[in-house]
Design a protein around this ligand. Sequence first.
Ligand code: SDX
Length: 437
Amino acid sequence: MIPQAAKIGDAKLLVDGKSYDLPLLEGTEKERAIDISRLRDQSGLITLDYGFKNTGSCQSAITFLDGEQGILRYRGYPVEELAEKSRFVEVAYLLVHGKLPNVRENDRFSQLLTQHSMLHEDMAQFFKNYPENAHPMAILSAMVVSLSAFYPELSQDQQNPDEDIDITTTRLLSKLRTIAAFSYKKSAGEPFVYPRHDLKYCANFLNMMFSSPVSPYEPHPVLVKALNVLLILHADHEQNCSTSAVRLVGSAKVNLYAAVAAGICALWGPLHGGANQEVMEMLQSIHDHGGDVEKVIAQAKDKNSGFRLMGFGHRVYKTYDPRAKIAKQLCDAVLNKLGINDPLLDIAKKLEEHALKDDYFISRKLYPNVDFYTGLTYRAMGVPTNMFTVLFAIGRLPGWIAQWYELHNDPAQKIGRPRQIYTGVNQQKFVPMAERA
Ligand code: SDX
């Protein structure tokens, strides 16, 4: 059962001289909402809200965002503190269970991740038939939904009550990491590197990505720590586009793998998680064309240009995305420690400096979001640009899983089925084809 918002009174809606009382709810962080669950029954009216800008889809106890203050907390813990003091696996446990693990719980979770790291060999064969230039997000989504064929334990309607939540969670967290690394190796034309039982989550991923039979790879501690931080920054973000896709698909009582596969497809979009790849390509293009930042800013402000400053702006944050602050500091620290001087970082900082002084961005409250700096650190790790959104998906997976479980444990949840306002033609008479003009 998830905690429910308190009813603090009624909102009054006056339509055609009739007044309707709609419950006024308040959450634990004083956010308020008008509950319109019975609006149509009472008044025959629906609401219309493109992009659900003003519409809540659920009550949730997982993540709290305050877009005006730039606050992000997972189960009450500030993301800044988790990024500094925690590890991704610990945060994954926190999101799914609602509490940080003790030593025993963490050890079991970690052992299960190791136990479930291998992919069924028949699934590994799937990779052979993808073209080398297949986008790894296409492979990721297809492979994740195929897990339901290989691991049918998750009954079609909802999580199998007999199956331990930790087994379901760790199986998906661990196999997604292996699928991601295999999709990179496939694109590089290199042999797969299998997970090692002596390496923890992030080090194992880096090893599967960059080790090869001819050149053993030792995951650099700076990169292991950086990857933990980056995955923590992406771990959940309340009802964003891809999480809403997971919930909507999950609301039809389909299994977790199918719901997550839908989330991966939504995340792929350039307006959403795909933006981290778009940012890198944008920075590279600016660099290749002489680094004229002013020209790019002017383009971003010109509605007719069709160009947007990727990595800038956010539906919820109307101030600096707290994750972007951490990602920028992390990028500086990693590049300094590794002695890397990346001209694209200088371009990114110049873009930020110009945009944050420009009224177009200030008046629209457009700031760097999580995607603006993260790709530069992935690049320092050696991750190719088309894998950036895959890393976003690995980070977001515990959030999707936690939200899916919360959905299935919320008795108030129903199948998601929005209404519409019809604006097409009124009823017409059917005319036989021979008589049509
Ligand atoms: C993520 O929701 C989440 O939580 C997502 C996420 C998560 O963790 O799950 O945080 C991850 O998806 C981050 C966002 C990554 N996307 C990008 O960086 C793509 C570039 N940004 C935009 O396309 C845009 O800002 C969105 C998609 C992020 C938000 O879009 P909205 O809220 O629908 O805002 P909008 O498109 O209506 O823009 C409002 C105004 C418009 O100008 P006007 O019509 O008012 O004149 O701001 C302008 C837009 O043209 N604008 C931009 C801009 N973003 C918005 N102008 C130039 N460059 C931009 N990047």
